[in-house]
Design a protein around this ligand. Structure first.
Ligand code: MN
Length: 239
């Protein structure tokens, strides 16, 4: 069995979610071959050199769980600044977005999901900027406190901008989904980001295909498990 989660948005302000995540890691079923965290594990990640007590505690739990289960982590739109030190300390493997895996004879394309929201032009421009190595190097050279301020600023700007955007713009662009699935020749896609958990049937090159969307951890926790019965999206209590 393999498991997928995303969009936990871990932060000090939500100890309930942090506790639920630690419990989730501790109680991973023995038959779990791998856990995939598809972006936005943290609400914000300003660089691996931010050794706050909170970050180090989460990293410690990841390392502990990694002893029995392989953990793969994808960068999200909030925690895109993971680097080598993070992987060394957490014993997790960073995977690129998108990533293609094969499990039980089926190919799955894994994404965070933000790159599918192509109608959100201002966000796409921002995404390109913050993913550029030059921008990242410049930011990472700043003192931690300054980076925290920048992160706060960016978040406020994004909240303000999002409140002006229509619901559709912040969801995936249907054509982009088909394009990406066709490009990678898959009929199965798993992503998060939109906070709209669900299972959608689409048609890719005349073939029936499925897009599973993970939910964010807020009222509930969400996961997708793939076992002998195929993929299953489910929610569970954070208590
Ligand atoms: Mn996201």
């Amino acid at each position: 069995m393999i498991l997928f989660i995303s969009d936990l948005h871990l932060e000090i302000k939500r100890p309930d979610i942090t506790r639920a995540f630690f419990r989730y890691l501790k109680n991973l079923p023995a038959q779990t071959e791998a856990l995939y965290i598809l972006g936005d594990l943290f609400e914000v990640w300003i660089g691996d050199d931010d050794h706050s007590a909170f970050n180090m505690e989460v990293i410690g739990k990841l390392r502990e769980a990694s002893e029995s289960t392989k953990i793969h982590i994808m960068r999200g739109n909030r925690d895109f600044l993971y680097g080598e030190e993070f992987t060394k300390l957490s014993h997790c493997q960073l995977i690129s977005d998108p990533s293609l895996i094969n499990y039980q004879g089926h190919n799955y394309l894994l994404m965070h999901g933000d790159s599918l929201c192509t109608e959100d032009h201002s966000y796409m421009a921002f995404r390109e900027q913050v993913r550029s190595p030059a921008w990242q190097a410049e930011i990472l050279a700043q003192p931690i406190e300054q980076r925290h301020n920048l992160a706060r600023q960016l978040r406020e700007t994004s909240l303000e901008a999002n409140s002006q955007k229509s619901i559709d713009i912040m969801d995936v662009t249907p054509d982009e989904v088909l394009k990406v699935m066709a490009k990678h020749q898959v009929t199965r896609l798993i992503h998060g980001h939109t906070h709209r958990p669900g299972e959608h049937t689409v048609e890719v090159n005349g073939q029936s295909a499925t897009r599973w969307v993970l939910g964010d951890w807020d009222q509930y926790g969400w996961q997708i498990q793939i076992d002998d019965n195929g993929p299953l999206l489910s929610k569970f209590s954070l208590e």
